[in-house]
Design a protein around this ligand. Sequence first.
Ligand code: SD4
Length: 323
Amino acid sequence: MLGTWSFSARALGAAWPGLAQGGKALDAAVVACTMAEEDPAVDSVGYGGLPDADGQVSLDGCVMLAPGRAGSVACLKRHRHPVRVARMVMERTRHLMLAGEAADRFADEAGELREEVLAPEAAAAWKRWMEQAVGDALAAGTAVEREGVIDASLAPGPRPVDPGAGGPLFLSQERRWWGHDTIGAIVRDRAGTIAGACSTSGTPFKLPGRVGDSPIIGHGLYVDPAAGAAVATGTGELISAVCGSFLVVEGMRAGKSAVESIRAALERIERSFSLEPQHQAAFVALRADGDHAGGALRNGFLYSRQDGQGCTVSPATVVLRGD
Ligand code: SD4
């Protein structure tokens, strides 16, 4: 099992016993993401995730087994577990993706519990953001107010740096509020089946309605049993622009190692953008033969690996830039 950031170690650990007893890769990937979604200490996923500029949490997620077996959901506002709902989209409908209010209704009908998605800590962080950071950004001209909604999407902010302790990336370092992160999990089971899942609350204090890479098949996650799997985290706008996870998997299909494929995708991002200091993009990839790696544009990304020997949290195998 592979997961993005150090906080995924706990989630992978929760899913491991089921997988070790012969469980299926998809079940394990979903359990891992569900665990992170439920954990209020993870401030970028599920309950505990930081809200949009309106103060509303909106959650995105997807699951994938193969190009013909995937499901996705965007902008869930009344359910904590986008990955479970995405799986139901895959298993119970003929569609790939549901979004917004209707996705919440679908989750209701599928029997998912309606729950509060805004945790008290996240609500308090939003209040502090409104009071402090927004004032600075409005004064600097990097945020504007339209009909009472703050658009700070142009404000530069520091990027996420994983302290390695598995805890929140944002609440302990409030100047990092405009960073990003996500849980992505890739699992290979005993039968050799590979599954992936990805879940996020997106960019903290994003413009309402903004959707990043995470729920989009090929952007935040891609799995093809013939080639391998990749999952992304970081600035969704960068990752989506190059169909990042698809690009990594296509590299592996063409015969590159996991680390070479990640490097090529990161180089494509670097060539395609004028990178700003807050930008980060990272991938974790697993080739069908088990070769795997984690890589990032910049320092500060860690990934977790759980197997029969236990769990390890490692720095990225490749970091494109030293800054
Ligand atoms: C996004 N990539 O919405 C997601 C979440 C994030 O690190 O910020 N991930 O852009």
